[in-house]
Design a protein around this ligand. Structure first.
Ligand code: PEP
Ligand code: MG
Length: 903
């Protein structure tokens, strides 16, 4: 029999996969002796069982009953007891936090009878009725699927009838009235009364939490955050403690450090006389945690002590949810807290300075994704007028048109508009709008509100709680002091670090971290901030520990220069086709149209000096670092006009009676001749070299002459010539004949006799499944392999790399078939298996074979960890991604033990 239920005292923080983050950490806190209400966790295994079988595991019901009895004993109350009922909360908790995405039901166990018991025990009829109406509301919406607004409207109606300004102004009688109305709504909408049996309530709530794993918003969130849809959620059933019991009761959230800067201190919000989600929902404006010291000093001191214990234990920033019931502190949740990218770096190095962790561990605490965020631009400094101020909840500089609802944001973003989602407060259904917006602005809620937490997780700029703004989504305007300051469509700028809101468009400037990484700001420059110093320190650790080198994909001397400043240790891919554009197009056209060998040679001879100059520039920029130059890859028709355009132009000219130039006819004939239905599978790569005599020879000559020229000037270039789209060793051998002939000629011409001065290495790309499978023999003719994972993904999946991401991938993501595009993050099981085979077979033939990656995946963090696990020598990516790759290569080395390929 499987065990699907674990009491808190049995688990630990290392069991997140099974118990979810919340369950694992509640267990950890219980074992640390911290005040956690008794409870138990139903495992993610059970959720997966439900997903696959459409029903609960047969043993679950008995295990829940036994665990509940255990809780009853610990707390000396019985579930369903009329006199003194045990109530429980039923809360979701996945292995990876998905804030606000799934369901929670509080006060389970109340019914028309137990509510009386609760009133008698607590001495407060009002509290008991308030708790009951909350259960009805949550159960109705979550378990029974009734529109939440129906309950809100009923509440509002009673408030109006009773002349109450807010919920606090409702007395016991009013709340009882609301309970009655809620029950009517439930009966009317579902055809059955609210279940009075507490066990039925519990069963329903548990099922609703399981089901919420696949609620649309949760699926969107997982897609955005690249979370596996198979993980499932755990369910935590916890004895209720009440922050709404009396005026010595409160509920709140806290951080052990500032989640924006990492500074030590007291950060958080609380509400007196409130329950559960009230703080996070941002519905009521919260009070800052420091004030709790005045309101409930004993509980506050205990909270501070508990936070110290947690920091010491987790050796990291923790965030906490707590409730105080009649002066007694209870911990309802903790986890290693979400943080901004800047805080992640600052916290990591601060913890090193405090002696809590060493530098290597610090490197594992930050990520390439966070470094990317720090490289985004920010607002330029200068005079400007602040329209309003809120809290800087998630840093960045966002400029966009004001939009008041998520649907409109999504629609406008699709039309290419940059928007800001402006709301009083956000709720989980705003996720789609938050993703599509440049930034999020709310007028209510603190740093722990839904908007703030989700935006930080997404790396989306957010300012929250700009209270002076009166956001009116109905009138579609924002007012201040009664005056309209912005209407929908007007542009605002928000600074997610300072919390400032500006009218109009503020110019943005490069980030300080980007300036540092580009070599324009030294870490020891007095102008450099603590953040730059943190980044510098951890980059240093990464460079020290990493085993893979990082090269850049660069085609021009200027790009190569930039890449070098960013720390590139060579060029892994110079795409020579980019050198054939612009003015040189005419020369390429001449080559294509050449009627006989003499004309072709003439065209090639014209291209030669320009190519030589290109290559010399690249080699000079890279000094003694390796430079891999790839011979021409794309189909030649790319250099000619489009077939349809040209045909239409000529047809129109003929119609108008204009004389068609012979040249035009020649071009049309060439375009027709070269036209292919599937150009990606057509005459490209090595096939071009084999079909067009002299083309690759000319390129090789230009490369070698450039090499000699730079060497003659005292340089020490390391050139690698790379053949694209090879599928068979025979292709490679065949083209190598031409290369070897040219090499001899160039060497002889330079007076170097046997070519001793040329140190050029010849290798191939592995970007076709056949090449990967036949790597053993291909390695006989190659000194290096570079994996072209773009084409390899295209040809392994049979997905067109140019079309699918804008095409049916959307459906694939929605259906949970793919969570990431395999063109963005390597398909480690499929395409990755081909890489593994190629690496093994290639190295078996030639143990000195250099192995690298030059597809887009070379700059993708998850893929980098996989490449590291294969023992590749380097990754190559665009210059801007080089720092991220350096960092991730370092992390991959430190995290290699725990690495397993991702499906
Ligand atoms: C590749 O296919 O991964 C590659 C780097 O080549 P290109 O993107 O130029 O086809
Ligand atoms: Mg390719």
């Amino acid at each position: 029999m499987s065990t699907f239920v674990h009491p808190f005292r049995e688990g630990s923080k290392d069991q997140k996969d099974l118990l979810g983050g919340k369950g694992a950490n509640l267990a950890e806190m219980t074992r640390l002796g911290l005040p956690v209400p008794p409870g138990f966790t139903i495992t993610t295994d059970a959720c997966r069982y439900v997903m696959h079988h459409g029903q609960n595991p047969p043993e679950l019901a008995d295990q829940v009953t036994a665990a509940l009895e255990d809780v009853e004993q610990q707390i000396s109350r019985r579930f369903g007891d009329r006199e003194d009922p045990l109530l429980v909360s039923v809360r979701s908790g996945a292995a990876i936090s998905m804030p606000g995405m799934m369901e929670t039901v509080l006060n389970v166990g109340l019914n028309d009878e137990t509510v009386q018991g609760l009133a008698a025990q607590s001495g407060s009829e009002r509290f008991a009725q308030d708790s009951y109406r909350r259960l009805l509301q949550m159960y109705g919406a979550t378990v029974l699927g009734i529109e939440a607004s129906m309950f809100e409207e009923a509440l509002e109606a009673v408030r109006e009838e009773r002349g109450a300004a807010d919920d606090a102004g409702l007395d016991a009688g009013a709340l009882e009235e609301i309970v009655g109305r809620y029950q009517q709504i439930i009966e009317r909408e579902t055809g059955s009364p609210f279940p009075q049996d507490p066990r039925e309530q519990l069963r329903g709530s548990i099922s609703a939490v399981f089901e919420s794993w696949n609620a649309p918003r949760a699926v969107i969130y997982r897609n955005a955050e690249h979370i596996d849809h198979e993980l499932g959620t755990a369910v935590n059933v916890v004895a209720m403690v009440f922050g709404n019991l009396d005026d010595r009761s409160a509920t709140g959230v806290a951080f052990t450090r500032d989640p924006s800067t990492g500074e030590h201190g007291i950060y958080g919000d609380f509400l007196v006389g409130a329950q559960g989600e009230d703080v996070v929902a941002g519905i009521r404006n919260t009070r800052s945690l420091e004030e709790l010291g005045e309101v409930l000093p004993d509980a506050y001191q205990e909270l501070l002590r508990t936070m110290d214990v947690l920091e010491e234990h987790y050796r990291d920033l923790c965030d906490i949810e707590f409730t105080i019931e009649s002066g007694k502190l209870w911990m309802l949740q903790t986890r290693v807290g979400k943080r901004t990218a800047a805080a992640a770096f600052l916290i990591a190095t601060t913890l090193v300075d405090e002696g809590a962790i060493d530098e290597r561990e610090a490197l594992t605490r930050v990520s390439g994704a966070q470094l990317t965020r720090l490289m985004f631009p920010r607002f330029a400094s200068g005079e400007r007028e602040v329209l309003a101020r809120g809290m800087g909840a998630s840093p960045g500089a966002a400029v966009g048109e004001v939009v008041f609802d998520s649907e409109t944001v999504i629609a406008r973003a699709q039309e290419g508009h940059e928007c800001l989602l402006v709301r009083r407060e956000t709720n989980p259904d705003d996720l789609g709008g938050m993703l599509a917006a440049e930034g999020v602005l709310t007028s209510r809620g603190g740093k722990t509100s839904h908007a703030a937490v989700v935006a930080r997780g997404l790396g989306k700029t957010c300012v929250c709680g700009a209270e002076s703004l009166d956001v009116d989504p109905k009138a579609r305007e924002i007012r201040m002091g009664g005056e309209v300051v912005a209407r929908e469509g007007d542009v605002l700028s928000i600074d997610g670090a300072t919390g400032e809101v500006f009218a109009g468009r503020i110019p943005v400037e490069p980030s300080e971290v980007a300036q540092y990484l580009e070599g324009d700001l030294a870490a020891d420059d007095p102008r450099a901030s603590a953040l730059v110093r943190s980044v510098d320190r951890l980059m240093g650790v990464a460079d020290e520990v990493r085993r893979m080198q990082v090269r850049a994909n660069a085609d021009t001397a200027a790009d190569a220069q930039r890449a070098r400043q960013m720390g590139a240790q060579g060029i892994g891919l110079a795409r020579t086709e980019h050198m054939f554009l612009g003015e040189r197009r005419a020369q390429v056209e001449k080559l294509i149209l050449a009627g006989d060998p003499a004309e072709r040679e003439e065209a090639l001879a014209e291209l030669l000096p320009a190519q030589r100059e290109d290559f010399a520039g690249l080699l000079r920029a890279m000094g003694d670092l390796p430079v891999t130059i790839r011979l021409l890859d794309p189909p030649l028709h790319e250099f000619l006009p489009d077939l349809t355009d040209l045909s239409v132009r000529i047809a129109r000219a003929e119609e108008a009676g204009r004389r068609i130039e012979p040249h035009e006819r020649k071009v049309l004939a060439a375009v027709e001749r070269l036209h292919e239905q599937n150009p990606m599978l057509g005459l490209r790569g090595v096939r071009l070299g084999l079909t067009i005599p002299g083309l690759f020879g000319m390129q090789v000559r230009a490369i070698l002459e450039a090499e000699l020229e730079v060497r003659a000037d005292g340089g020490d270039p390391h050139v690698e010539i790379m053949i694209p789209l090879v599928g068979s060793v025979r292709e490679l051998r065949s083209i190598r004949h031409e290369i070897d002939d040219v090499t001899e000629e160039v060497a002889a011409g330079a007076g170097a006799g046997d070519g001793a001065e040329l140190t050029t290495r010849i290798g191939t790309m592995i970007e076709l499944p056949r090449a990967a499978l036949r790597a053993g023999e291909i390695a006989e003719a190659a000194e290096f392999f570079s994996f072209g994972t773009n084409d390899l993904t295209q040809t392994t999946w049979g997905f067109s790399r140019d079309d699918v991401e804008a095409g049916f991938f959307f459906t694939y993501k929605e259906r949970g078939i793919l969570s990431d595009s395999p063109f963005e993050s390597l398909d480690q099981y499929g395409v990755g298996e081909l890489l593994r085979i190629a690496a093994e077979r290639g190295r078996a033939t030639n143990p000195n074979l250099t192995l690298g990656v030059c597809g887009e995946h070379g700059g993708d963090p998850a893929s980098i960890h996989f490449f590291h696990s294969l023992g590749l020598d380097y990754v190559s990516c665009s210059p801007f991604r080089v720092p991220v790759a350096r960092l991730e290569c370092g992390r991959a080395t430190l995290l290699e033990e725990g690495f397993t390929p991702q499906p």
